[in-house]
Structures are given as C-alpha cells and as structure tokens.
Design a binder for this molecule. Sequence first.
Ligand SMILES: [Zn+2]
Length: 160
Amino acid sequence: MINQHIIEGLNANAGEWGHNPLPNYCENIDGLNPICFCGGEHCLEQFISGTGLTRQYNQLAQTKITGPEFFTQLEQSNPLAEKVYHLFIDQLARSLAVIINILDPNAIVFGGGLSNVLRIYEDVRKVIPQYTITADIEINLYPAKYGDSSGIRGATWLAK
Ligand SMILES: [Zn+2]
C-alpha cells in the first residue's frame, strides 16, 4: 500500500512475494521437498510461514508436530527447535531485506499465525541489517492491526 491505496500492479500480481525463491538459498535439509504448490522451487512461503517453519523442523526431527508444539519445544530450549528457529529468522531476514533494498518501506506488516509470535519481530530486526545494502537502518515491523486473518478477509473481499 502507498498512501492508503492498494497497489495491484500492471498484472494484478503485486504482493505475491511469497512465491519468489528464498534469497541466498543455503538450506541443506535432506529430503525437504523443494517444489511449492505453485510449481515454483524454494518459494518463500515454504520457509517463512508457520507451515514452513514446522515443515523444516519435522523434516530434521522426523516428527509431525504442529506450530504450537514447535513453540513449546522452543520454550523448553530444545536444541533442534532453537536451531530451526534461528534458521527461520535468518530466512525471514534475507527475505525482508530484499523488500527493504527495493522499496525501503515505512512499515512492514505481518499477517498469518506467526504474526502473533512477538519475539520474531525483535529477533528478525537484529538480523535484517546483515542483508540490507545499508546496515544502519530503521526497520518498522508490526502485526496486522485487525489480527492474523487479514489474508482470508482480503480473499473474501475479492470474492464479493
Ligand atoms: Zn510457490
């Protein structure tokens, strides 16, 4: 959005950031399927989403835990959960740095279930400058004002 107007783009594809490949791809998780439902390979949303986070953990741990169970493991200082969480933060930082390097937005608003995990904001804010062209930058990250279901709300609006 610019000046409170939604920017759709020439082809109405603006905002489909989640289906770009993860920048500086260096993940090496044996057996992790690289193909997204869109047909792309290593799409962002396969990594920097609740599903992506647990998918990576479950592949490494050979488990099938849910997002809330993952965060319980993290709170209990499970070393693998901490490793995957820090990998996730680095993936998110790399991904946001691309947006900051191109648009340098006043604010970045998070949606989805992980937007409720407040520690992510501070943790990723510390890592982003490793990937931006300027290290000394202001970064404003916020949860969506009306909650974590803004994507569903927007889809409903489009269907009307
Ligand atoms: Zn995709």
